[in-house]
Each structure stands twice: as structure tokens, then as C-alpha cells.
Design a protein around this ligand. Structure first.
Ligand SMILES: Nc1ncnc2c1ncn2[C@@H]1O[C@H](COP(=O)(O)OP(=O)(O)OP(=O)(O)O)[C@@H](O)[C@H]1O
Length: 233
């Protein structure tokens, strides 16, 4: 479970996140939607303590991120897909992370296979394509077999086969009882991927609903989304 309560963040004069409150339940894929600059990444960063809120708080499984003894084993995060050391191989990057979090080394080949990087395990990360880099980011997120996944635009850079693969993977992870939170700008993909939606604009909550409820009588998720944004102006 992920809880945000009155989460608020200002950068200088920019109100990035403005009193956001929501609760995400396990067993569902929740999409995080909002236009550019809406505050999605800022919210995700505050959930995992990469940024301090000015007010409010976020909790993962009832605890603040900083109080989790082995964060990677509880929350899998894909925020900056290019965060891996470029000179390292994928397998060495994951082994190093596993060591820091008391995760058995045997998990490394497992996650590499899971994300389809088994054959590229020994290649330098610096030579990876965008899609491969996303897959490595997912491997990092899945390394600790966490119950909560926070993925910032994980579909970016994936080819159609990769998108379908990720959709199935996220569905399976949710069906296993995990909480899956995914930001995206791809409306038709989101409609296929998500059960639930959190929609924000200018840091404020516009909708917290099932995809079905949110789309209601609109022709598509894209229509419902754009209409909601217009209504909030
Ligand atoms: N470190 C920072 N310093 C200054 N301003 C920031 C910082 N991080 C975010 N902002 C500002 O906060 C607002 C929200 O940005 P954020 O990246 O959270 O939005 P987003 O919804 O993830 O956008 P996108 O869909 O474009 O990735 C924007 O106006 C952005 O310029």
C-alpha cells in the first residue's frame, strides 16, 4: 500500500505538488496521469525520500521510506533509467546493488531473465539502447522482489513487443498482490494497463477513480483525460 497525505512541495516560486492525498491498494495497477510539469515525478520522489515534502507525508506499507530497513526489498523504483554506471556490465551493476541490500546474488540472473536481458548481462550498460536501459531499470526495481513498485514512465523506449511484455508483467505482479504505480503519457497504453487512476494537474488531485469510472461515457481515456484537464482550467 502507498499513502500520500497532504503531500506538498514548492521549488522556489513553483508549486510542484499541492496538498495531494491518495491511497493505493495492493493487487492493482494504478496509473499516474497528468500533463507535463503536473508534479508526478516530484510526488514519486517524495514517496521514496529523494525529496523532502514541505508539508504532508507519504508512507509505503505503513512506514516512511526512510524507516524501511531494506528499501529495495519493499519498494522497487524506476525513476531515472540512466542511473546505472555506464562502464559497468548489467550483471555487475545488479550484483553491487544486491550486496548493498542483503539480496542473494542468485536473484541477479533471475531478474535479468525476467526483463529479457539474459543475453546482454555482460555488456556495458553505456552501450545499451533506450529500451534496454528501461529493462535494466526494471530489473533494479524487481531485484528485491518488492511488494510495491513505483515506475516513472516505464513504457518509454520500449518497442511494441516490449510494451506488451511489460503490460503482462505488471498485470502478473499486481495479481500476485503487489501495489503497482506507473506514470505515463500514453493514454491508449494506460487504458490497457491500469485498473485505477490518479490524475493530477498543477500538483492537485483531479481524479482518483477506476479506469471504467473515469472514462464513463467518453469515447476513450484520452478524451476523458483531456476533458478533465479542460474542466480544471
Ligand atoms: N528540482 C527541481 N527544481 C526546480 N523545479 C522543479 C524541480 N523538480 C520539479 N520542478 C518543477 O516542479 C513542477 C513539477 O515537475 P515534475 O517533474 O514533478 O512534473 P511531471 O508531472 O513529472 O512532468 P513530466 O510529465 O513533464 O515529467 C514543474 O514545474 C517543474 O519545473
Amino acid at each position: 500500500m502507498i499513502e500520500a497525505h497532504n503531500l506538498t512541495k514548492r521549488y522556489g516560486r513553483q508549486q510542484a505538488v499541492d496538498g495531494l492525498t491518495f491511497t493505493l491498494r495492493p493487487g492493482q495497477v494504478t496509473a499516474f496521469l497528468g500533463p507535463n510539469g503536473a508534479g508526478k515525478s516530484s510526488t514519486l520522489r517524495m514517496i521514496v525520500d529523494l525529496d523532502r515534502p514541505d508539508a504532508g507525508y507519504a508512507r509505503v506499507g505503513g512506514r516512511r521510506y526512510r524507516d524501511l530497513p531494506h528499501p529495495l526489498r519493499e519498494v522497487g523504483v524506476l525513476l531515472e533509467a540512466r542511473a546505472a554506471h555506464r562502464g559497468r556490465s548489467a550483471v555487475n551493476h545488479l550484483r553491487w546493488l544486491a550486496r548493498t541490500q542483503d539480496i542473494p546474488a542468485a536473484r541477479v540472473p533471475e531478474v535479468l531473465d525476467l526483463v529479457g536481458l539474459g543475453d546482454a548481462a555482460r555488456r556495458r550498460v553505456g552501450g545499451f539502447s533506450l529500451g534496454m536501459t528501461q529493462r535494466l531499470g526494471l530489473a533494479v526495481a524487481l531485484l528485491g522482489d518488492p511488494g510495491v513498485l513505483l515506475l516513472d514512465e516505464p513504457l518509454n523506449g520500449l518497442d511494441p513487443e516490449g510494451i506488451r511484455w511489460l503490460r503482462t508483467l505488471l498485470r502478473d505482479l499486481a495479481d500476485e498482490g503487489r501495489t503497482v504505480f506507473v506514470s505515463s503519457h500514453l493514454m491508449s497504453e494506460t487504458a490497457l494497463l491500469a485498473d485505477h487512476l490518479i490524475v493530477i494537474a498543477r500538483g492537485r488531485l483531479l481524479a482518483d477513480a477506476t479506469v471504467k469510472e473515469f472514462v464513463a461515457d467518453q469515447p476513450s481515456l484520452e478524451d476523458a483525460f483531456l476533458r478533465t484537464l479542460e474542466g480544471a482550467r
